[in-house]
Design a protein around this ligand. Structure first.
Ligand code: DOR
Ligand code: ZN
Length: 350
């Protein structure tokens, strides 16, 4: 059977290794969109105020579970937001209790709610050393924030100036380069050992920077790191569909209400929780690599995080007519626009 004849694909239930759920009314609105298809997700800690301590992560986890609709099964995998005041002992205790699965590094000012992040990387050395010792992964928002560095170059410069020096100085530190957007990042991951992994979003496999800017500015395609040139999108597609264990799905699904996106100073973030799996099936089919979708979405992530794969499965089906996704998800804070790939998708989750 050729790939184009495959009409149905059953795979181990996927996980999302990078997700923004927010809090309050937004959490209530978006959580079911993820829990419907995904077993677990690494939950980003960039709330206002951020989730810095183990106690704050425990309380946030309780709010997530309380927002989960009855009958849905979902495990939030909690993270701590790294600040220059983070206490290594608190991190170690939160990890030892099983609560926290990663620590998130935001360079201060790099993106949404990152003002409490790190400016001087020397000040977090004791935390990083503790993490290397206990095997707790560091998730990185890999962009420098220097004003003289072009926004399209900020990821590549981060690798040279920040990431590679941190990894050399901290042997054994396990790092996930989150939401990689460049060939530079994909190549760097490929050149390193198994202590380095990378998440790739759904939208960065679909859009390049032209989609944001040609024919009028498209605020719902604006995210950080911003989508790059086509050659980078193609490199990400090759990496994601390769089956290589170091690349796995992290949607970075990041809901903002329309009023915050469609603004004179629009927020960064694409909301993809609802349609990610059908979009990925489309992308992997286009690349002739449907057989590797399960590795990317369901197997490589648990292997990196040293967790078991989900015990159950989902089935993706392809039909003759295009799948109708909602244009927006309603929340009590306002509507959230769903990422639109710009072409019809024939896959859906059964
Ligand atoms: O586009 C993004 N949105 N990138 C990030 O790094 C943060 C996220 C958010 O929290 O909205
Ligand atoms: Zn994110």
């Amino acid at each position: 059977m050729t790939q184009h004849q495959i009409q149905s694909l059953t795979l181990t239930r996927p996980d999302d290794w990078h997700l923004h759920l927010r809090d309050g009314a937004m959490l209530q609105a978006v959580l079911p969109e993820t829990a419907r298809d995904f077993g677990r997700a690494i939950i980003m800690p960039n709330l206002v105020p951020p989730v810095v301590t183990g106690a704050q992560a425990a309380a946030y986890r309780d709010r997530i579970l309380a927002a989960l609709p009855e009958g849905m099964v979902f495990e939030p995998l909690m993270t701590l937001y790294l600040t220059e005041d983070t206490d290594p002992a608190d991190v170690a205790a939160a990890h030892a209790s099983g609560l926290v699965k990663a620590v998130k590094l935001y360079p201060a000012g790099a993106t949404t709610n990152s003002s409490s992040g790190v400016s001087n990387f020397d000040n977090v050395r004791p935390v990083l050393e503790k993490m290397a010792e206990i095997g707790l992964p560091l998730c990185t928002h890999g962009e420098v924030t220097d004003h003289d560095i072009d926004i399209f170059d900020r990821e590549a410069v981060f690798i040279d100036r920040v990431l590679d020096p941190i990894r050399r100085a901290t042997p054994g530190l396990r790092v996930v380069m989150e939401h990689i957007t460049t060939k530079n990042a994909a190549d760097y991951v490929a050149s390193q050992d198994q202590d380095l992994g990378a998440t790739i979003t759904t939208h960065h496999l679909i859009i390049n920077r032209n989609h944001i800017l040609v024919g009028g500015i498209k605020p719902h395609y604006y995210c950080l790191p911003v989508a790059k040139r086509e050659e980078h999108r193609l490199a990400l597609r090759a990496a994601a569909t390769s089956g290589d264990a170091r690349y796995f799905l992290g949607t970075d699904s990041a809901p903002h209400v329309d009023a915050a996106k469609e603004s004179g100073c629009g927020c960064a973030g694409c909301f993809t929780a609802t349609n990610t799996m059908p979009l990925l099936a489309h992308v992997f089919e286009e690349e002739g690599k449907l057989e590797n979708l399960e590795k990317f979405a369901s197997q490589n992530g648990p292997a990196f995080y040293r967790l078991p794969e989900n015990p159950d499965q989902i089935t993706l089906v392809k039909s003759e007519s295009a799948t109708q996704f909602p244009a927006k998800i309603a929340s009590d804070d306002g509507p959230v626009t769903l990422f639109d790939p710009g072409y019809p998708i024939y896959w859906s989750v059964a």
